[in-house]
Design a protein around this ligand. Structure first.
Ligand SMILES: NC(=O)c1ccc[n+]([C@@H]2O[C@H](COP(=O)([O-])OP(=O)(O)OC[C@H]3O[C@@H](n4cnc5c(N)ncnc54)[C@H](OP(=O)(O)O)[C@@H]3O)[C@@H](O)[C@H]2O)c1
Length: 223
């Protein structure tokens, strides 16, 4: 049994909406002795338990793995931002897979990753197919515990403007009361809530692969 304050967490995507909230929660959480962020550029984070590793994610194989307890992944981009489908896949699939492989090499026993509602490798949607393939790749790593989070549109403050997401979030907010039963998983959700759910899920010791959509994310976030 681990004593409080002895755990090490790895986090990728800590400069983003969900990852930023996740990093903050991990730094405030008494269970963690250190939180190691994998980032593309040095960050101005000042905290006694914060460490960072600067990486392109493609070069992770050349960085010796770090022994850690849990890994949190909120990496992602959009096809528009990445510039092409191939470049999008490079981030949402390849960078996530590299991070998972590296974390597993460090004997991390729990991997928490953000995917998307509807993720399915057989989907006709390129975005959802890539997310589905990413999930399958994580399953192949055989982490003793893995938690896949499948949110719909994310709510929260971002520096960049994403008009389509803002429009989508507005529509989903308006129609939320109609999204019941199996449609409930399409409700928009705060990025902060997804981060809370990720940190809560990592505290559970039950082995297995768990997939969380809207209702489970809300439940976990309340813990
Ligand atoms: N937005 C939505 O409505 C929505 C809905 C469902 C699921 N999701 C998924 O949720 C996850 C998190 O979303 P978010 O909105 O919190 O993300 P975000 O704010 O866009 O942040 C993305 C993170 O990924 C990193 N990243 C982007 N391009 C990269 C690259 N080429 N190489 C390495 N790192 C890169 C960013 O780092 P830098 O700061 O270095 O760029 C940042 O830390 C994503 O997987 C997304 O697909 C989003």
């Amino acid at each position: 049994m681990r004593v409080p304050g002895s755990k090490t967490a790895l986090i990728a995507g800590s400069t983003g909406l969900i990852g930023g909230h996740c990093l903050q929660l991990l730094l405030e959480h008494p269970a963690y002795a250190q939180v190691i962020a994998l980032v593309r550029k040095p960050q101005p984070v000042k905290h006694p338990r914060y460490r960072e590793i600067v990486t392109s994610f493609a070069d992770l194989g050349s960085i010796p793995p770090v022994a850690a307890d849990e890994a949190f992944c909120a990496l992602g981009t959009t096809i528009k931002k990445a510039g092409s489908k191939e470049a999008f896949r490079h981030v949402d699939h390849d960078a996530v897979a590299n991070f998972a492989y590296w974390a597993r090499a460090g004997e991390t026993s729990c991997f928490c990753v953000v995917s998307s509602v509807g993720a399915d490798s057989n989907s006709g949607s390129f975005y959802l197919a890539v997310k589905g393939e990413m999930e399958e790749g994580i399953a192949e790593q055989r982490f003793p515990r893995s938690h896949i989070f499948r949110p719909s549109v994310l709510l929260g403050d971002r520096q960049e403007s994403r008009p389509r997401e803002i429009l989508g979030a507005g529509l989903l907010r308006l129609t939320a009361p109609l999204l019941i039963g199996p449609l409930r998983e399409y409700r928009a959700i705060e990025g902060a809530k997804v981060a809370q759910a990720m940190v809560a899920a990592a505290q559970q010791n039950q082995p297995g692969r768990f997939v969380h959509t809207y209702a489970e994310i809300c439940q976990l976030a309340q813990r």
